[in-house]
Each structure stands twice: as C-alpha cells, then as structure tokens.
Design a protein around this ligand. Structure first.
Ligand code: SAM
Length: 287
C-alpha cells in the first residue's frame, strides 16, 4: 500500500469514506514522512515505551509510533475517522484506538494497567485550536509521563520557552518551565501539511522534572498568583496581586518583604520559582 503521507492516498481515503478535512477539529494532516519521523525521533520513542498520541487523523504518525514503541494508545475526537483508522492501522497490533475528546478523557483510565509499567511519552501533531488547554492540562496533572513532544503553532512555542521580561513570557511559560525543561526541536514549513495551516509551526519537547523547581504548598494558589500577576501586564506586582487575589495589601507586602521581592516591579520580571515563594508565603495566611 502507498504511504499515508501521499496526498493522493489521503484524497482517496477521504473520498472513499465521504469525508472532508474538518476545520473545526484542526485537521491538517502531515504529508512529509521525514517530518513524521523527525517528530518521533525528537520524542525519543523507544521500544520499551508506552505512547499516548493525541489526534490520530488517518493514522500517519500512529503507524511510525507503532514501529518504534512497545504500545501506542491514540485518541481521536472525530467519530468518522475511526473506521478509517481501523483499516490503516489493521496491521499495527500494538495500537489501541480510542474515540474521544482528549480534554474530557480520563487518561489514567485509558492507559490502564500499562501506566507505571513502561515509560510514558506523549506525542502529537496537535489540533491548534486547543493547544494551550491540552498542554496546561498535562503540565498541571500528576500523570507520570517522562516526556512530551508536540507540533504546535510557532507563537505558542515561543510563549512556552519565553524568558522573564520578554513579550512572549506569561503563565504558559511559567507552567511549562516550572515542571519541565522545554526545548524547541525544529521549525516546520506549512507545505508539509494538507491542507496548509495559516500559521507557522514548530516542534517542542518537554522533559518532566522529577520534582517541580520548588516545593509548592498549594498548586492551585501558585497558578492563581501567577495569573493575578499577568492579568494587567502594565501594573506593578503589588497592584496586580491586591486587585486580583483576595489577600489584603498589607499581607501581600509582608510576604513580598519575606521573599526579598520588590513590590514595585512588574510580574513579568519574576521567575516561576519567585512566584512559588510568594504563593507559599501567602499560603501561611490561608487560601
Ligand atoms: N496525527 C495526524 C497527522 O499528523 O497527520 C493528524 C493531526 S491533526 C493536526 C489533529 C487531529 O486531532 C485531527 O485528526 C483532529 O480530528 C484531532 N482532534 C481535534 N481535537 C481533538 C480533541 N479534543 N481530542 C482528540 N483529538 C482531537
């Protein structure tokens, strides 16, 4: 059989199944096998690994993952693609296809007994309309994954790797860098997709740290403090925190003093570890 990266094969599959690319689901399929293999290589997928793939499409990357991993669990939202996947992945005996929305799926349940027995890698050419909630969901979860490699919009990649004081820096950068080491693997031109997306793409990898950079008394409070500090980017840290949290200004000033952080600076200048210290300090006053 011809490769699934062939545009002619994709068109034939869609026509045979009376399907069309569903924009609502961010369907931009890969048509360059070299890029598919580069993503799987960047994810360091090995023969002992359990892989969770998000968005199977017609199974293009799933086939390559199946060759490299011990087991692949692939989740696809589009019900109409399931019969296609059953056909294209018929020979891939180590692949399990799950129909569902990854944001509403109980991931521990679908990974079942395999979780904890094999190293878990999460790999995807992500649907761009839900990139941020998917990535944040994994970062904030206690799912024991070793690494994640995602194709995403370039602009989100820049935010994930953003450094304090830059325009790209925000809550997403802090969450990503607090729990993992994030690296940009490579840029991807739009002509490797069918149809071509309107935005530039990039592949990024996350290596989860064994422990977050600083122990957190309360993860929810940490994220509230970060979000409060970025709600009004032009405001000083003290103003952002007193306007957007329930803590009294005096308490916040006391905590900032204990952390040796200047109340008059802007939140966008702080590192994730400094936000963690503030959150831990505020925790002593209740949440
Ligand atoms: N992996 C294929 C490839 O690289 O050619 C398809 C990638 S395409 C960018 C994204 C895929 O994710 C589509 O097949 C789409 O239907 C699916 N998808 C979109 N939203 C999803 C969701 N919330 N949960 C699971 N899959 C989703």
């Amino acid at each position: 059989m011809e490769k699934l990266t062939s545009p002619r094969v994709i068109e034939t599959i869609l026509r045979k199944n009376a399907l069309h690319f569903n924009k609502r689901f961010g369907q931009n399929f890969l048509i360059d096998e070299n890029i598919v293999r580069k993503i799987v290589d960047a994810g360091e997928v090995g023969e002992e690994d359990l892989v969770l793939e998000i968005g199977s499409g017609i199974g293009t990357m799933t086939q390559v993952l199946s060759e490299c991993a011990k087991k692949v669990i692939t989740v696809e939202i589009d019900k109409k693609l399931i019969p296609v996947l059953k056909e294209t992945l018929a020979d891939c005996t180590n692949v399990e296809i799950i129909q569902g929305d990854i944001l509403k799926t109980n991931i521990r349940e679908i990974l079942g007994d395999d979780l904890g027995k094999m190293p878990l890698k999460i790999i995807a050419n992500l649907p761009y309309y839900v990139t941020t909630p998917i990535i944040m969901g994994f970062l904030e979860s206690d799912l024991p994954f070793e690494g994640m490699t995602f194709m995403i919009q370039k602009e989100v990649g820049e935010r994930l790797c953003g450094k304090p004081g830059t325009k790209a820096y925000g809550s997403l950068s802090i969450a990503a860098q607090f729990y993992s080491d994030v690296t940009i693997d490579f840029n991807v031109p739009s002509h490797v997709f069918m149809p071509k997306p309107k935005v530039d793409s990039i592949v990024v990898s996350f290596k989860k740290l064994a422990e977050p950079r600083i122990h957190l008394e309360n993860q929810k409070l940490f994220f509230s403090v970060v979000k409060a500090s970025f709600l009004n980017r032009r405001k000083t840290l003290i103003n952002g925190l007193s306007m957007n949290t329930n803590y009294e200004k005096e308490i916040i000033l006391e905590v900032l003093k204990e952390c040796a952080i200047e109340p008059g600076i802007r939140g966008e200048m702080l590192t994730g570890s400094e936000f963690a210290k503030i959150a831990n300090g505020l925790y002593a006053y209740g949440i």
